[in-house]
Design a protein around this ligand. Structure first.
Ligand code: ATP
Length: 582
């Protein structure tokens, strides 16, 4: 049967759904499609061949196409055989601006405009099977001209509407306005659950092809990927605390690596026999004895492939255990799972760590070793842990109900995440360094944090002459970047011998927190840095500028920007007001 179902039928459904308001109507259309077009089901993977096109993001059978919008635009230009500088090619390549048209930012719609001028309205009658075969070929080749020729033959066999939906399928985003759960539920009441514990759409479609037959709830298994439990975002610590009211709560560092499930069966990994671990893959720096910044996982993998010597190695942090010995343990409480985790996994410093609370705020590790997990007894514990975590350059924290089960694919508030809400890119705060603070511990005796200022615009349009102190910032730079910066600024450091006044360019309050250890002699010797911060600024009592940043972070150093182009106070106040963050 499925071999004969036309792709046009699916496209008609997509098109109608995208015009429907409300999910009931959209669901109704899918129901009609599945009930009528696919009954009686003939071949083994009938439902799969259609559902993999409805849920392209969940299809693991085909490799990736290697075609995001930019690459797809280039291949499409080749497939259409149009000149690269022709208006249509330019329109495709500049899809974000949409050639000025109303479809700006939606690649498939911009492409549809271009295709409409070239394709007829009659469908070539392509079947769903033929579409899948073509998509298989598209994923199988890495050669761009082969990709173009596959697209070109598809263009010949489709109309502009069909081609538009095909492009959305390739981009894995249909923008149908219907949730994955609704789609699964229309197919079969047990589909979502089964998918969550297998992550295998083909398997789900085959197992549930008799849509009137209920399926016994399946537990997780070794060797089958489980949909990860997710965290719900909360605005601040008190909202989180309120939500978890009365619960036993563990607060953990939110590590910024890659979520990885380890399925261990037999002796491939040492220490334990059969288990599924849930955790984060990070990079450990053996020279600095701490986790490296995000983004180095790929570098490490590359270095390992090329046999290069490095101080960095992959380190897995297991924060949960889902399966141990011969049973799933996801139905047990987090407290119980943490006990199992401790029994089953023997940590190996810098290679394999387990995340177990250190018992309370008073039971901290030695000061140089950050604490990654605590039992929080009250709101103050959460706030302090959050602040410490951000200062330690970590991404945020996750709060978990210690009584809760592990739920595949769930984001219903058993795990809450708290992160500073950084100001969007585009609103860079380019402040000037006016002073420095010495660090402690590893950074003792060297400037480790900076006092930055904003310019007071001068009346006569000349370079600014005064700068208001604005915030103190230390995080965000790598060690190398910081060392280079301090070396550059060092000749201009002036010790701050209190109550000696700062250099005349700087305006500060009398608050002692604002006295840096060194001042920069004059602004023209200084460097501008782009700062980002939590979007919620606070009225400043400590600094001279009217507002102060929460969780400021250095985004990058702007050696390229002359000192006098420092952001001025008025522009900053405007940014604050437009971010609605007073
Ligand atoms: P974000 O973009 O904020 O990182 P996300 O969409 O990747 O969010 P969330 O569900 O919001 O995922 O947050 C959970 C993610 O945080 C997990 O997928 C995991 O990769 C990561 N993580 C880091 N540390 C922990 C931890 N201690 N416990 C649970 N998840 C953690």
């Amino acid at each position: 049967m499925a071999a004969k179902v036309r792709f046009g039928l699916l496209v008609a459904m997509f098109q109608a759904m995208s015009g429907d308001k409300g999910s009931a109507k959209k669901r109704g259309r899918l129901r009609v499609f599945l009930d009528r077009a696919y009954v009686p089901s003939g071949g083994r993977d009938d439902f799969f061949s259609a559902l993999r096109l409805v849920l392209p993001g969940l299809d693991r059978e085909r490799g990736t196409y290697g075609l995001k919008e930019a690459a797809l635009a280039a291949v499409l230009v080749d497939a259409l055989g149009i000149a690269k500088d022709s208006p249509d090619a330019v329109r495709l390549i500049n899809w974000r601006r949409g050639g000025g048209g109303r479809n700006a930012g939606n690649f498939a719609l911009v492409a549809a405009e271009v295709l409409q001028r070239r394709q007829g309205i009659t469908s070539g009658g392509l079947t769903i099977k033929e579409v899948n075969d073509a998509l298989d070929r598209l994923a199988a080749t890495e050669n761009r001209s082969e990709k173009a020729s596959i697209l070109s033959s598809l263009i010949k066999k489709t109309n502009a509407l069909e081609m538009k939906w095909l492009l959305m399928i390739i981009l894995k985003d249909l923008k149908l306005g219907i949730s994955e759960k609704s789609i699964f539920d229309e197919f079969h009441p047990d589909a979502q659950d089964l998918f969550n514990v297998t992550c295998d759409l083909k398997f789900v479609c085959e197992k549930l092809k008799d849509r009137s037959q209920r399926h016994k709830r399946q537990d997780i298994e070794i060797g089958k990927a489980v949909r990860p439990q997710l965290a719900m975002r909360v605005r601040d610590a008190s909202a989180a605390w309120k939500k978890l009211h009365g619960k036993q709560v563990v607060a953990e560092c939110k590590f910024d690596g890659d979520r990885i499930q380890i399925h261990k069966n037999g002796e491939e990994i040492h220490f334990f026999s059969r288990c599924i671990l849930d955790g984060e893959m990070l990079v450990w720096d053996t020279a600095l004895n701490r986790f490296a910044e995000f983004g180095s996982n790929q570098e490490i993998a590359k270095a390992a492939r090329e046999g290069l010597e490095t101080d960095r190695q992959l380190c897995y942090v297991a924060f949960d255990i889902l399966y141990a010995g011969d049973t799933s343990v996801i139905h047990q409480s987090l407290t119980e799972r943490q006990e199992i985790l401790q029994k089953v996994v023997k940590p190996l410093k810098g290679r394999l760590e387990i995340l177990i609370p250190t018992g309370g705020l008073n039971a901290r590790r030695p000061s140089d070793e950050p604490c990654w997990s605590i039992i929080a007894h009250n709101l103050e514990d959460v706030e302090k842990f959050f602040k410490d975590t951000i200062e330690n350059r970590d991404e945020g924290i996750i709060l978990k109900d210690l009584d809760s089960k592990w739920e595949p694919g769930d984001r219903n508030g058993k795990w809450l995440k708290l992160k500073p809400d950084y100001i969007h890119a585009g609103a860079d705060l380019d402040a000037i360094i006016i002073g420095g603070y010495y660090g402690s511990g590893r950074r003792g005796g060297e400037v480790a944090q900076f006092l930055v200022g904003l310019a007071v615009p001068s009346d006569d349009n000349s370079y600014p002459k005064r700068f208001l102190s604005f915030c103190r910032v230390g995080t965000g730079l790598s060690d190398e970047e910081r060392d280079a910066l301090v070396t550059k600024l060092k000749p201009y450091f002036r010790k701050n011998e209190y109550p000696k006044k700062p250099p005349k360019f700087y305006e500060v309050t009398n608050n002692s927190k604002e006295r840096p250890d060194v001042w920069i002699e004059s602004p023209d010797k200084s460097v501008i840095m782009s700062i980002t911060s939590d979007i919620r600024t606070i009225k400043s009592e400590v600094f001279a500028a009217p507002y102060c940043l929460r969780f400021p972070r250095i985004q990058r150093l702007r050696y390229d920007k002359p000192w006098h182009e420092c952001l001025d106070v008025q522009a900053f106040v405007d940014i604050v007001h437009s971010s609605n963050g007073t």
